[in-house]
Design a binder for this molecule. Structure first.
Ligand code: NAD
Length: 307
C-alpha cells in the first residue's frame, strides 16, 4: 500500500504532477528542489495540476497533502518512498542517491523516474543497490495512469511487487519490464516516430495528413485495445500476410533524420521556439497547449470508463 509519507526529489516538469497524484491518494508528500526559484515554479505548476485533476474528477482520499521545500533532511524525515525526478544526468542522480542514502533507513524504497539511464549503472555507486528501482511515469504524470517498473540487475526482486502494489493503490497500472534501452514505452513510440519522420522526409504525406492518419487510424484504436489485442482482432494470419511484405519496406535508419537536424540548426525546436514541425503565430502555442490538455482530460475520462 501507499506509504504515509512520500518524497519527490526534483520539482521540474514531472515532480509536481507526481506529487499531486500521490497526495490525492492520501499520502503526505514532500516535494524537494534545490532552489527557491524552482520551488516557486513548482507551487505554480502544482496549482495548475490540481485544477486538471479536479477537471478529470480524480477521487481524493482525505488526509493527503503536498509541502514544498529546499531542506533535504525535512523532505526525507519519516519517508517510506522516494521518487527521484532530477535532470537526466548520471552523475547528478548518483550524487542525489548518495545524499539520500546518508539520511534514510535501509528499508526505504528509492525509485528513479529516469527516461533511460540504466538502473543497473545508477545503482553501482550505491551502498544498498538493491533498493533502487526504475519507476517511469509518462508525461503528464498526473494524467497518464500507467507506470513502467524496471528492476536493475541488483534490484531486490521483492521490491518489484511492492512497488507494483503501491502503483495500484493510487489506481495506476503498473507495467513490469526487464531493463532494456529506452524501456518499452519509448521503444514503441520511437519506432512509430522513426517511420513517421521517414514518410515526411520522403514527401509521402503532409504533416497534417500524417497527424490525422496516426491519430484516427492508429491512436484511436490502440487507445482502446492495445497492439496485442489488435492482432487478435485483425487475425494473426492477416498480420503474417502483411508483415511478410511490409516489414522489409519499413525504415531502419539508426540516426535522426537530416530534415530534423536542419530545423534544429535553424532554431526551430517546436512550441518552445514558436515553430518546429508547424509554425505558430502569436498566442497559438498557448492555445494548442490548452487544447491538448482539454483533449487529454476528455479522453482520460472516456478511456477510464472502458475496461
Ligand atoms: P526538469 O529539468 O524539468 O526538472 C528537474 C528538477 O530537478 C529541476 O526543478 C531542478 O531544479 C531539480 N534539481 C536539479 N538538481 C537537483 C538536486 N540535486 N536535487 C533536487 N532537485 C534537483 O526535468 P523533468 O523533465 O521533470 O525530468 C526529471 C526526470 O524525469 C528525468 O530523469 C527525466 O528523464 C525523467 N522523465 C521526464 C519526462 C518528461 O516528459 N519531462 C517523462 C518521463 C521521465
Amino acid at each position: 500500500s501507499l506509504p504515509n509519507i512520500a518524497t519527490v526529489i526534483g520539482s521540474g516538469t514531472m515532480g509536481p504532477g507526481i506529487a499531486a497524484t500521490l497526495a490525492r491518494a492520501g499520502a503526505t508528500v514532500r516535494l524537494y528542489d534545490i532552489s527557491d526559484e524552482a520551488i516557486a515554479r513548482a507551487e505554480a505548476a502544482y496549482g495548475v495540476v490540481t485544477g486538471v485533476l479536479e477537471a478529470v474528477g480524480s477521487p481524493m482520499v482525505p488526509g493527503g497533502s503536498v509541502s514544498f521545500g529546499t531542506d533535504l533532511d525535512e523532505a526525507l524525515a519519516g519517508t517510506g518512498l522516494i521518487i527521484e525526478a532530477v535532470p537526466e544526468k548520471l552523475e547528478l542522480k548518483q550524487k542525489v542517491f548518495a545524499d539520500i542514502e546518508a539520511r534514510v533507513g535501509d528499508d526505504v524504497i528509492i525509485a528513479t523516474n529516469t527516461s533511460g539511464i540504466p538502473i543497473t549503472t545508477m545503482a553501482e555507486s550505491m551502498t544498498l543497490p538493491g533498493r533502487l528501482i526504475g519507476m517511469h511515469w509518462s508525461n503528464p504524470p498526473h494524467l497518464i495512469p500507467m507506470i513502467e517498473i524496471i528492476p536493475g540487475k541488483a534490484t531486490d526482486l521483492a521490491l518489484v511487487d511492492k512497488l507494483a502494489e503501491i502503483v495500484k493503490s493510487f489506481n495506476y497500472v503498473p507495467v513490469i519490464e526487464k531493463e532494456i534501452p529506452g524501456f518499452v514505452e519509448n521503444r514503441v513510440l520511437y519506432a512509430i516516430l522513426r517511420e513517421c519522420m521517414a514518410l515526411l522526409e520522403e514527401g509521402i504525406v503532409t504533416p497534417e495528413g500524417l497527424d490525422a492518419c496516426v491519430k484516427w487510424g492508429i491512436g484511436y484504436k490502440l487507445s482502446v485495445v492495445g497492439p496485442t489485442r489488435l492482432l487478435d482482432m485483425a487475425g494473426l494470419d492477416i498480420y503474417q500476410a502483411v508483415s511478410g511484405y511490409l516489414n522489409k519496406e519499413l525504415d531502419v535508419s539508426t540516426d535522426t533524420p537530416q530534415f530534423i537536424k536542419d530545423k534544429i540548426a535553424a532554431g526551430q525546436l517546436g512550441f518552445k521556439t514558436g515553430g518546429g514541425m508547424y509554425e505558430y503565430g502569436e498566442g497559438d502555442v498557448d492555445a494548442k497547449r490548452k487544447e491538448i490538455i482539454t483533449g487529454l482530460i476528455a479522453a482520460r475520462k472516456t478511456l477510464s470508463s472502458i475496461p
